[in-house]
Write a protein of this length. Structure first.
Length: 103
């Protein structure tokens, strides 16, 4: 248990909290609601939330259930959900300089 807790805590506080969220917070605060940059950051956060709440459900069942009920569009119990599969990421190897500049 302590190894799982330690890894999740490290990810949430160091990787997510002090790195990724610090990078995207300006984008979330300053960009228009429908801008591509803001929507992409929100999409990533949605995937992280979907994965984390399902992965933590066996350990933090009551907390995960409360989070699950607050997620718009979720139904039933998080404990009855299947393991979260990340969506397919498009292959970026074929992008030329112009496409990378646009990204």
């Amino acid at each position: 248990f302590h190894q799982v807790y330690s890894q999740v805590h490290n990810f949430c506080s160091n990787e997510l909290g002090s790195f990724y969220l610090d990078i995207i917070k300006d984008r979330l605060y300053t960009m228009p609601a429908e801008s591509l940059g803001r929507r992409s950051a929100q999409t990533v956060m949605f995937h992280i939330l979907q994965a984390l709440v399902r992965w933590l459900a066996p350990i933090l069942s009551f907390t995960a259930e409360e989070i699950w009920q607050a997620i718009p569009g979720s139904s039933g119990s998080v404990l009855l959900e299947v393991w979260y599969e990340l969506p397919e990421v498009p292959d970026m190897q074929g992008l030329g300089d112009q496409e990378w500049q646009r990204l």
